[in-house]
Design a protein around this ligand. Structure first.
Ligand SMILES: Nc1ncnc2c1ncn2[C@@H]1O[C@H](COP(=O)(O)OP(=O)(O)O)[C@@H](O)[C@H]1O
Ligand SMILES: [Mg+2]
Length: 205
């Protein structure tokens, strides 16, 4: 995948099998997001991306979604003015024909109900998605993929830092790296601004 003369993703060869949990780690600019964009048709890639016998290169994004390949975004993309429940409802209905929609209205609701529980957002079901914390928006995005029955879930930068059995920090990589508690855990002391400017020592999750 190239932007003009600049090659952002170069000869990547990966196999992900059903049931695999795969992490792509690397510093800012490594090409992680571009790889996800290429798989989901947001940028035009060369080469071959095979999902379950279907060639994804050259397909439009919504077709790729229909084939069961879903993704989240580095900046969570949910309908901010709609409630959590409405976001899930829309996602659940997006993958259905009008006929099956009529026939399965009730089972869709049950499925949405279970997904709310699974992603930990039951108590916030009627809240506008815009008020959710970053990590909660990412869970909502994951819920939206689940009700769409995505077979492949590409998650761009889900970050939660744990230490001593507790969740210490949650959010974007930039947020987590800037968190003094995280810096304390990794470096023994909160980073000075000079250290931060030089980049993280431990690498980017
Ligand atoms: N739209 C774009 N136009 C030009 N270069 C881009 C564009 N998007 C990303 N890049 C470049 O591609 C490289 C990979 O970026 P990205 O995939 O966002 O990395 P990561 O997600 O690993 O931080 C970076 O050098 C970035 O500057
Ligand atoms: Mg990225």
């Amino acid at each position: 995948m190239s932007f003009g003369k600049f090659t952002a993703v170069d000869g990547v060869d990966l196999v992900v099998n059903q049931g695999d949990l795969r992490f792509l780690v690397g510093p800012n600019g490594a090409g992680k997001t571009t790889l996800i964009d290429a798989v989901t048709g947001l940028v035009p890639a060369r080469g071959s991306i095979d999902h379950d016998g279907h060639q994804l290169v050259g397909r439009r994004t919504h077709r790729i979604t229909r084939l069961g390949v879903g993704r989240t975004f580095q900046t969570a993309s949910v309908f901010e003015e709609l409630t959590v429940l409405q976001n899930l409802d829309i996602a659940a209905e997006a993958g259905r024909s009008p006929l099956s929609l009529l026939a399965s209205r009730r089972s869709v609701s049950r499925e949405v109900e279970e997904t709310l529980e699974l992603v930990g957002l039951s108590a916030l079901r009627d809240a506008p998605a815009g008020v959710l914390a970053h990590g909660q928006k990412q869970w909502l995005e994951i819920g939206m993929l689940l009700v769409q029955k995505a077979q492949v879930l590409l998650l761009d930068e889900p970050v939660t830092v744990m230490a001593d059995g507790r969740v210490i920090s949650e959010g974007s990589v930039a947020h987590v790296q800037a968190d003094p508690r995280v810096q304390e855990i990794y470096l023994g002391t909160a980073a000075t601004s000079a250290t931060t400017a030089a980049g993280p020592r431990g690498g980017t999750p």
